[in-house]
Design a protein around this ligand. Structure first.
Ligand code: KG4
Ligand code: ZN
Length: 350
């Protein structure tokens, strides 16, 4: 059990690891295990990167610089909390694009120095894992599937601060496979939501895509992506994009659900949480809801509200609050990193 706090605590958190600038102010009352967001401001850069069909790091960091002040102002105004009332300033430190991370980190460190409050640096993957607590509180232990644009991994979660990494991707992340396949089909960016939308209600089985078999808890999406390329090159204009979206999505989700099933059995669990951008996928949510209704493998499914699946500062604030309770503060000389510390491979707490 964590040490209880004596008064309400306010955290200001910043997320800028990739292409979204986000700031959130959160409050926890005495004894709360998880804080509540009072505000969340997110400024997307989709219109910048859409032109290139992928994120251009140099443009992302410049846009973060342009967005950070207004994003901060908006989040503070919406929360009705002043900077003097903030107890700790937090920012994502890794993994991510270095130039992008530096913008959020520098802003949080500057505020922490100016207001003499602790600075807390946060791991992006741990923040995604904590995002589930912004929805219906999960009962421990459970299996957590993190599926985003940069990561696909599985964790056994035994407590608020106790995650064990048990599965990971050996090539592309799930969201990356969605985005790259959408780009091949000439669809918009990011491609995940577009594929989800086009695939809705479409009959399956028009196109045959490989169901990748791996003997363990590793994920691999490169085979599906390569087959998509072959199909598109061969059939060109004759492709029926919505049907291809449906078959592609099903192949990706079949692979994911097969691994989930394997992990549920291996770790003797009956509860799943899904987090990260791909956790917004309507077909994934439907498939797992169906498992829950049938009751054969699953008793509970937890997923954060949609706005907390994709990158956002509220999830950073939840992790920062947990670190605040543990007095895990960071030095103003601490650095940012493009990759996760190796410790995250075994235990999310680094
Ligand atoms: O978590 P996130 O915002 O960023 C990373 O940390 O990577 O995830 C973004 C990813 C993108 O690849 C996007 O295409 C995917 O989440 N995504 C979806 C959906 N909404 C977002 N993928 C499939 N279906 C969706 N509805
Ligand atoms: Zn993310």
């Amino acid at each position: 059990m964590s040490k209880a706090v004596e008064k309400s605590i306010h955290i200001l958190a910043i997320e800028s690891s990739c292409d979204d600038t986000s700031v959130s102010v959160l409050r926890a009352e005495y004894g709360d295990e998880i804080p509540k967001p009072l505000s969340l401001s997110v400024q997307s850069q989709d219109e910048v990167h859409r032109l290139y069909g992928g994120i251009v790091p140099e443009l992302a960091s410049r846009r973060h610089l342009q967005n950070i002040s207004s994003c901060l102002e908006k989040a503070l105004k919406e929360s009705r909390i002043s900077l003097e009332e903030i107890d700790a300033f937090a920012a994502t430190s890794e993994p991510g694009l270095i130039g992008s991370l530096l913008v959020g980190q520098t802003a949080a460190k500057t505020l922490s120095f100016l207001y003499s409050r602790p600075f807390i640096s946060c791991n992006h993957l741990e923040s995604h894992l904590m995002s589930v607590f912004l929805g219906r509180a999960p009962e421990f232990p459970y299996l957590s599937l993190l599926v985003s644009g940069g990561h696909t991994s599985l964790y056994v979660v035994r407590g608020y601060d106790e995650f064990e990494l048990v599965g990971w991707a050996i090539d592309d992340a799930a969201g990356e496979a969605f985005d790259k396949s959408a780009k091949m089909m000439g669809l918009g960016f990011p491609g995940g939501p577009e594929i989800d939308r086009l695939a809705k209600g479409k009959k399956l089985g028009t196109y045959s895509l490989p169901s990748i078999q791996t003997e363990d808890l590793t994920f691999s999406f490169s085979g599906i992506k390569a087959e998509m390329k072959r199909l598109i090159d061969r059939l060109g204009e004759q492709i029926d994009a919505p049907s291809l979206c449906a078959d592609f999505q099903e192949a990706v989700l079949n692979h994911i659900t097969e691994k989930l099933l394997f992990a549920l059995k291996k770790y003797n669990l009956r509860r799943i949480a899904i987090v990260g951008g791909v956790a917004r996928n309507s077909r994934l949510r439907d498939l797992l809801e169906q498992w829950k209704i049938e009751g054969q493998y699953l008793d509970e499914l937890y997923a954060p509200p949609l706005q907390y699946c994709t990158d956002n500062a509220a999830m950073v604030g939840v992790l920062a609050y947990r670190k605040y309770l543990r007095r895990e503060f960071s030095s103003l000389e601490s650095d940012v990193g493009s990759t996760s510390r190796p410790a995250i491979k075994r235990k999310a707490r680094g």
